[in-house]
Design a protein around this ligand. Sequence first.
Ligand code: PLP
Length: 492
Amino acid sequence: MTEPLIYELSTPGRKGAVLPEADVPHYELPEQLLRKNLPLPEVSQIDVTRHFTRMSQANMSIDTTMYPLGSCTMKYNPRINEDVARMPGFAALHPLQDGATAQGALYLMYQLQAFLAEIAGFAAVSLQPAAGAHGELTGILIMRAYHRDRGDSKRTRMLIPDSAHGTNPASSAMAGLQVVQLPSDSRGNVDLEALKANLDDTVCGLMITNPNTLGMFEEHIEEVVNLVHAAGGLVYGDGANMNALLGIAKPGEIGFDVMHYNLHKTFSTPHGGGGPGSGPVAVAKHLEDFLPGPIVRIKPGSEKDADENGVPLYEWRQPAKSIGRMRAFAGNFGMLVRAYTYIRVHGAEGLRAVSQNAVLNANYVQARIKHVYPVPQGDRHCMHEFVAQGKFEDAPGVRALDIAKRLMDYHFHPPTNYFPLIVSEALMIEPTETESKQTLDQYIAALLAIADEAETTPDVVTTAPHTAPMRRLDEVRAAKELVLCCTFEPTA
Ligand SMILES: *Cc1c(COP(=O)(O)O)cnc(C)c1O
């Protein structure tokens, strides 16, 4: 892709839209509602089509390439999800519509609450939070409300392993807690001695990701949970890595008190570019009353009015000691429809197979590259992802960033890099279950070829990408200072 992306296409007088004949009476709009100067682009249909098609091809996407972005679970988004989300009964609902006139939507939400409670072994679920980080804030506010409700108000410290995603300490700080970082041990588990040393009656809880961001299942998870509980704290599970556990292990049964899901990761609702996401929160029985509402329940006594399919009436309810709303309306409903569809299409056996194949794929890639790319935890089996290092003894000038960029020339989206922070030159690779062995083999071949290039022609690697419309950007500025109108020169 070396053509320039031209943004200024307007030519006075050119038109692309053909408006249908009005089938309502003609009225003049009030003067004050009309803008005098509204410089809309004047373009033909073919200009618009080509412009947006080119734009869509300038980015890498899961529809064009394997996207092994560790921790993000960039699996293929099945098209049936989109078909269902576009059904008029869902797509055309008004968020202020009375629940009595949206029974199908409430039924779907009720079922999804139940599925999510079952999958992770919890008692109840709120679908409100709009993303994983928002779910974290929600879960932490629930933990605080629980302690306060018991008159235990001095619990203001949150323990968080150093492998955690940055949102964990950020959400804790936003909820007014003091963050205490716990080190990891040499096998990639949370350091038990450090945990014990930090447990006392000021601990609100522990936030832990399992499998953690090294792709390792916490080997002492039951002991960790018991220690925290014995000190009166609660255990928060960051559920971003549920793609490794579906149908295999239930955090609620391990003893976690609260967990968020990332529907946009585990349950294939599309993500990237900032949204929309969905981060439902699941809780154990003792936290149920604190959930943000409204949540959907069967209207008491309505079973007797069930329709011919046995479907009763559903209604909104605010839990007794609810922390309140976390968001307007009923969550990102379109995402809920997609996740529900994904779960129904797979069924219990299918979801279990998702996790089995996700773990198999990650271990396959790890096993085939670790002789070239160091894997600090390479003596263990990984879960659905693993962390390698982008550094070679024979090519000291080549870094993880260079390898990530060079992969784009081989038509692969870069892996997550420089996270987790505790591994230097981290390349965090999560193939997901939706990639075939053929694609994984191509990916492995690309990684091995780049390792060779690093030794023989390092300049090719350190100046990559050579085929993308843009080379190396200041990624922070590019995201913070969007330039939506520009013409730029193609790279050579
Ligand atoms: C993605 C992720 C989060 C944050 O979730 P968002 O939906 O992006 O807000 C938190 N923790 C881990 C481990 C993650 O991978």
